[in-house]
Design a protein around this ligand. Structure first.
Ligand code: RIB
Ligand code: CA
Length: 315
């Protein structure tokens, strides 16, 4: 059973360097109770995202964290991965040792269902940082859990910033548009950090230097993760630093005041291959469609990085 004076969360993730920083921030923050990590194929195939999640838990010194393997691929499309961004291991950058921790035998989808049913209603927040396959599969397998979930706080989508894997679509949504459609039609309260938010959280040299200045093993490894991860986006966008996507989810849970956004209708393109996976966000309210998500589009970037640096330094 979850601890009642902390916010109980399940992180669903496809590590990925930015996922790793989001997980480290969560494991370092007393406001949160991480009930478990459920793992999904995304940035790299599932065997690697599982291994990477175990590596991050060991890096954090939190070897009691439960890691549950989930979906090996999207609900109805071939898996698309992102080694070009994350490297062939999915966690290129620091030289982290092979994990000694073992994953759980239980499937991540069944863990999500079990935990939602075992805890009081609206107690658990799901925090997807990758494709939404595990979440959507759980909702299809156990429709009764939808009204019992407190909130889904996720990284995904984009609108004014367009896409990052196609001109129209952000990677997490693009990999499994069918799953995203199920989640956004579920009626569960959603907070979404799209590219319009995460592109304002850039890993500048000054911010990475501040991490290294802490002089701890975990801060150094975090800086190494970011150094590797940012090179692709620095080249693509011509910026000092790249967007640090997934930690926006954890930071929002800890300090929501760092973010601004508005309730919008969000629908997912699941038909046209040209715009497959696009999040159609009615930012200006030009339709009367139900506003089904809080869409974040502003972040106090320095406050965000200060939080990450301060918390990760405690590990
Ligand atoms: O588009 C960015 C998202 O795709 C992040 O979650 C990153 O880890 C990748 O999964
Ligand atoms: Ca991710």
């Amino acid at each position: 059973m979850a601890n009642n004076d902390k916010r109980a969360i399940i992180i669903d993730t496809d590590p990925g360097q930015d996922d790793a920083v989001a997980i480290l921030l969560a494991l370092a923050s007393p406001e949160l109770e991480v009930l478990g990590l459920t793992i999904v194929a995304g940035n790299v195939p599932l065997d690697l995202t599982v291994k990477n999640a175990l590596k991050v838990c060991e890096l954090a010194g939190k070897t009691d964290t439960k890691v549950f393997p989930g979906a090996t691929g999207p609900m109805g499309r071939p898996l698309v991965t992102a080694e070009h961004v994350h490297g062939e291991t999915g966690l290129n950058g620091p030289d982290l040792p092979e994990p000694t921790m073992l994953p759980q035998d239980q499937n991540g989808v069944d863990f999500i269902i079990e935990q939602i049913r075992a805890n009081k209603d609206r107690h658990i927040t799901l925090c997807p940082l990758g494709p939404l396959t595990n979440i959507a599969t759980a909702l299809q397998k156990a429709p009764d859990i939808a009204p019992k979930i407190r909130e889904i706080v996720m990284m995904g989508g984009g609108f004014f910033e367009g896409g990052n894997i196609t001109p129209a679509a952000e990677f997490n949504i693009y990999v499994d548009p069918q799953a995203a459609d199920i989640v956004f039609k579920s009626g569960i309260p959603i907070v979404m950090a799209p590219l319009d938010c995460t592109h304002k959280a850039l890993t500048t040299k000054e911010r990475i230097d501040a991490l290294r200045a802490k002089g701890t093993k975990v801060c150094d490894a975090t800086a190494d993760l970011i150094d590797f991860f940012e090179r692709f986006d620095e080249e693509k966008y011509g910026t000092d630093g790249g967007p640090l996507h997934d930690p926006c989810v954890t930071a929002y849970l800890i300090k929501p005041e760092l973010f601004l956004g508005r309730m919008c209708n969000v629908e997912i393109e699941t038909e046209s291959e040209l715009t497959m996976g696009m999040t159609v966000i009615d930012w200006w309210g030009v339709t009367d469609r139900k506003k089904n998500a809080m869409v974040l589009n502003q972040v106090d970037a320095q406050g965000f990085f200060n939080l990450i640096t301060e918390r990760v330094a405690t590990l």
